[in-house]
Ligand binder design. Structure first.
Ligand code: GAF
Length: 393
C-alpha cells in the first residue's frame, strides 16, 4: 500500500468509528508478512526468515462502559457483537481472530472490559500473507494500548498465536505473529523459534526486488494438511525419543537419528523430517549468502527450499508449480519458491530489479495460458511492525 492509500484508509477507518460510536478512537496498524526461507520450520523449533510488509490491517478501538465487544469489519460490511462472559466462535470467521485474542487475555487475567473495534485491511486473504496473524496481532496490540496492560512485544505475538491455535484451531507456529509484531522497515528477521532470539538482517539491495505471484487459489485441505504435517513431525520425534529421550523436537534430531529410527518405520514421515532438517541448514546458508552480498547463492537456496517443499514435504499444488517453473526458466529470477503453509497462495521471487516488468509479463502470461486464471502480482516492500498510527499516517 502506498502512503496516500494508507492515509486515506486510516481516515476512513477513523471516520467509520466516529460515525458508529461518536467518539475518538485509538488507531493501530498491523502488517502481513512474507517469508524468504524457513518454511514449516517454526513449529519444529527451527529458524525462519520473515519480514513485515506494507500491506496491513488498520484498526480503530475505543472503550465502552459495559462488557460488550462490538466489532465491525468495514470491508465485509459486517458487525459482530458478543459479551465478555460468552465468547463463542462466529460463523463469520473474521470475528474469531479478535475474540480469540480477547479469550487469551482473559485467560491470562488481564482485566479486559467492553470495547468497540472497527477495522479494514488490504492484505489479500488466502494468499499466504498472514492477514489473520495481522488481525490477531493488531487486536492484541490495540487492547494492550487501550487498557495499558503493559504486555511485552513477545507476549503480544504469543497471545496472538495462542488465539490462532486454540480459538481458530490452526496449530501454527510463531513465525507470522512474530513477523507482524517485530517487523522493521527494510529488515528481514532471522528468528530462532526455540528461544525467540532474533537478529535483523538488512534487505537493502537496489539490484533486486521481491515479487509475489498469487495463484488466487487456496485448496480446501490447507488447514487440515497443515495440522497433519505438524503431527507427522511430532510422530517422527516420538520414534527417536523412544531411544533418545533428550530429543524433544526436530531441532535436536540429526540425519543419523532419522535414518536409524524413522526411515524403517514410516517412509512418508521420514521424508517430512528430512525436509525439515535440510531447511534448517538452508536458512543458515541463505543468511550467510545474504550477509556476504551473494544474491545468486541466496536465490539458489530459495529454489532448493521449493524442491523440498514440493517433493518431500508435499505442500505444493499444480498452480504453485506452474509459477515456480515459469520463474525457474527465467534468468532474471535469482530464486523462487512457494511461500507459507502451501496448497495455494503466493510464490516469492527474487528478481533482478531492471527486469521486473519483463518477468511479471512472462510469468503471468504462462500462468494464464496454463490455468486460464490471472495471477495477482504484489511487489513487496519490507515495512515496520504493529504500531500506533496517528491520523496523519
Ligand atoms: C503458516 C503458519 F501460520 C506459520 O506458523 C508457518 O508454519 C507457515 O505456515 C509455514 O512455514 O503461515
Amino acid at each position: 500500500m502506498d502512503i496516500t492509500a494508507a492515509t486515506s484508509r486510516s481516515h476512513s477507518v477513523y471516520r467509520k468509528f466516529q460515525s458508529l460510536f461518536g467518539e475518538t478512537p485509538l488507531l493501530v496498524g498491523s502488517p502481513g508478512r512474507i517469508n524468504l526461507i524457513g518454511e514449516h520450520t517454526d513449529y519444529n523449533n527451527g529458524w525462519v526468515l520473515p519480514a513485515a510488509i506494507d500491506k496491513c490491517i488498520i484498526g480503530a478501538i475505543g472503550k465502552r462502559d459495559d462488557d460488550v465487544v462490538h466489532l465491525h469489519a468495514i470491508d465485509q460490511d459486517q458487525t459482530h457483537v458478543a459479551t465478555l462472559d460468552a465468547l463463542e466462535r462466529s460463523p463469520l470467521l473474521w470475528p474469531n481472530y479478535i475474540l480469540g485474542t480477547v479469550q487469551q487475555l482473559v485467560k491470562r487475567q488481564y482485566p479486559v472490559q467492553g470495547f468497540n473495534f472497527v477495522f479494514s485491511g488490504d492484505i489479500p486473504q488466502g494468499a499466504g500473507l498472514s492477514s489473520s496473524a495481522a488481525l490477531e496481532c493488531g487486536a492484541t496490540f490495540a487492547l494492550n494500548e487501550l487498557f495499558a496492560f503493559g504486555i511485552p512485544k513477545l507476549d503480544i505475538a504469543l497471545i496472538a498465536q495462542a488465539a490462532e491455535n486454540e480459538f481458530v484451531g490452526v496449530k501454527c507456529g510463531l513465525m507470522d505473529q512474530f513477523a507482524s509484531v517485530f517487523g522493521r522497515e527494510g529488515q528481514l528477521i532471522k528468528l530462532d523459534c526455540a528461544d525467540f532470539s532474533h537478529e535483523y538482517i538488512p534487505f537493502a539491495n537496489a539490484d533486486v526486488e521481491l515479487v509475489l505471484f498469487d495463484t488466487q487459489v487456496k485448496h480446501s485441505l490447507a488447514s487440515s494438511a497443515y495440522n497433519e504435517r505438524r503431527e507427522q513431525c511430532e510422530y517422527g520425534v516420538s520414534l527417536i525419543q523412544k531411544h533418545h529421550p533428550e530429543v524433544r523436537s526436530l531441532r535436536d534430531a540429526t540425519r543419523w537419528h532419522l535414518n536409524r529410527y524413522v526411515k524403517p518405520v514410516d517412509r512418508v514421515v521420514y521424508d517430512r523430517c528430512r525436509y525439515v532438517l535440510a531447511e534448517f541448514q538452508r536458512v543458515h546458508d541463505a543468511c550467510n549468502a545474504l550477509k556476504g552480498g551473494d544474491l545468486e547463492a541466496f536465490g539458489k537456496q530459495l529454489f532448493a527450499s521449493h524442491n523440498g517443499l514440493h517433493r518431500l514435504y508435499d505442500v505444493s499444488c499444480p498452480e504453485l508449480e506452474i509459477l515456480v517453473e515459469a520463474a525457474r526458466n527465467n534468468p532474471a529470477v535469482l530464486g523462487a519458491r512457494m511461500m507459507g503453509g502451501g496448497f495455494g497462495g503466493c510464490t516469492i521471487n527474487l528478481v533482478r530489479a531492471v527486469e521486473v516488468q519483463g518477468v511479471i509479463h512472462t510469468v503471468t502470461k504462462v500462468y494464464r495460458e496454463k490455468t486460464g486464471m490471472d495471477a495477482e502480482v504484489y511487489r513487496a516492500t519490507i515495512s515496520a511492525g504493529t504500531r500506533v498510527l496517528t491520523i496523519a499516517d
